[in-house]
Design a protein around this ligand. Sequence first.
Ligand code: DGJ
Length: 729
Amino acid sequence: MKHILAAVGVALAVQTVNAAEQRIIRISTDNTDLVLQVAPNGRLYQTYLGEKLLHESELKNLKWQVHPASDASVVERGWEVYSGSGNEDFFEPALAVTHSDGNPSTYLYYVSSSSKEVEGGVQTDILLRDDKYPVDVTLHYVAFPKENVIKTWSEIKHQEKKPITLSRYASTMLYFSRQSYYLTEFSSDWAKEVQMSTQQLLAGKKILDTKLGSRAAMHMQPFFTVGLDQPAAEMQGDVLMGTLGWVGNFSFTFEVDNVGNLRVIPAINPYASDYLLKPNETFTTPEFIFTLSKNGTGEGSRNLQNWARNYQLKDGKGSRMTLLNNWENTAFDFDEPMLAGLMKEAKDLGLDMFLLDDGWFANKYPRNSDTAGLGDWDVNRAKLPGGVPALVEDAKEAGVKFGIWIEPEMVNPKSELFEKHPDWAIHYPNRDVYYYRNQLVLDMSNPQVQDYVYGVVEKLMKENPDLAYFKWDCNSPITNIYSPYLKNNQGRLYIDHVRGVYNVMKRVKENYPDLPMMLCSGGGARCDYESLKYFTEFWCSDNTDPVERCYIQWGFSQFFPAKAMCAHVTSWNKSASIKFRTDVASMCKLGFDIGLKELSADELAFCQEAVANWKRLVPAIMDGQQYRLVSPYETNHMAVNYVSPDKSKAVLFAYDIYPRYQAKLIPVKVQGLDPNKMYKVEEINLMPGTESTLETNGKVFSGDYLMKVGLEVFDFKPLHSRVIELTEQ
Ligand code: DGJ
């Protein structure tokens, strides 16, 4: 044994491990095994990550690839589970620490592990410790067997006399040894969210990251797919799908090493964030959530969607409200009678709620455009003399619930809040300030600011206990990155700011557990699974052109259930019929943001029926299994079907986007049905006065037939759609 571990001043419980007691730690779902093992050198290595192994007794045959530092002829690098900086591994570490004496190395040795049952799964906790410095790392894994999802995060703590500096702090590290790797990323921009593209990962590093601070996913979403041995495909092949629960700067590092192995490192982006960690303070990384599917991204998505509804999403098993929003319709220009009229329109459409958007607040600097008022959350008396209580009353009278928009983490320099507390805004003390959407980000690392932001919700709720919904927006990245509060400890800002945001979200949920909330960030620049513990749904994009929405919804559905994804029918792309627009929005949590005056009598009648149809199909769309059948990325069509948990109801959405003249139309094979059940096929969402042209309409087929032969639902007509309801007979 080459490693004789020195005991240092503080009694570090690090031991050399005998070969006989090289502990094996198995983290398992019903389909996946992650196996870790303590090597003779006392350190912890990944020996396996893949399809579940049948025989426990064979785990001991798995090999770790340990690289003894003293033997330069051995070329394998160890797959150390949480590799520290400055050790014999020449690739990207999970952790980089500069100790208080300036030493930049960390070697972590196994100390102990334990496991316990938690909701939905088993949690394994593993304590590692440096042998020379009192630095502990605890790795946490929760395996959800049924959903085949693993959630993992780490905690870093020390008892050195002075602060240590963390410059890398991954949530975890995973290794793969395959012939080839293909990364699918989800790049974004305003009105252009989740653009999927795939590239092969070759030697070296590919990093997906953002450094936007608050509107953090504006340019890149915090999730990815890796196709193993082949590009990720919908219905076959091995894929890793992962996402980080962090609403701030994140980074995913994919590094292919000298022997062709891949390491995946999900983390907070360490950019400008050397983190001074005080003795006994715990640095907790965000949760990384992943699934491994043998059957492509379709199964992987269902794993994540089911897991989210069961354990992570706020009120994941509860119901959702359909709504009428007024942003696209009125923007800032409204008054109480107009809103009261819209509430009646919401009722007319059969919707559950009216959601008042931006522009209802601020008096000294009224919120009549995006140039002023953010921060002053008193109702604007000129527009709304009766205040929010009068609106809640109007909604009651109309017979709908009332919800309201806020953007509480932001401030316009033209506001009373900024006049009173300029030091609450993140900005440099000594430079010209630059703005994004004319606003600044409040410094959420400051506990006083956190209280203020929480107070925005509390004040509204105290005054209006019947407020039924919040839309929480965040339109600016962090600009002028300097915290007046953190002074000479700026390395903490990006991270402590996000922790402050979560503190407030958590507090809101603790005090208002039944309050549904929409997460929004200038469209879909916020949709991480930590925020979604506190939010019931998120706004996918301001782009509600139904053609673009096909792609956007296809993209987000890779990681999120339809229940969490809001989609509104608006007047973007009027060359698409109201039917096409509604059929696309009906794939998600349905809402409208359109004035009824824009609609003809037939169109209104169509919408009313579509809302009623959607409500009837909630067990399939909101709570069922989703199957992506035909991709808009690969064809000029799209098809998706949903099946209710008891398989008695299903719905097939089919879209002809821009079909080619006389291109071959292939029947769409439905998935997830019971092969032995008989289903009646009925086309719904038809315009008044029109009849289905489907040859199979009204007929009954077995699930087997529908899944093997399919339905001829595609057409040559551009911007044409069909919604088919399948009902067990
Ligand atoms: C951006 C959001 O995405 C929109 O839906 C709307 O709420 C505006 N902000 C309001 O300023």
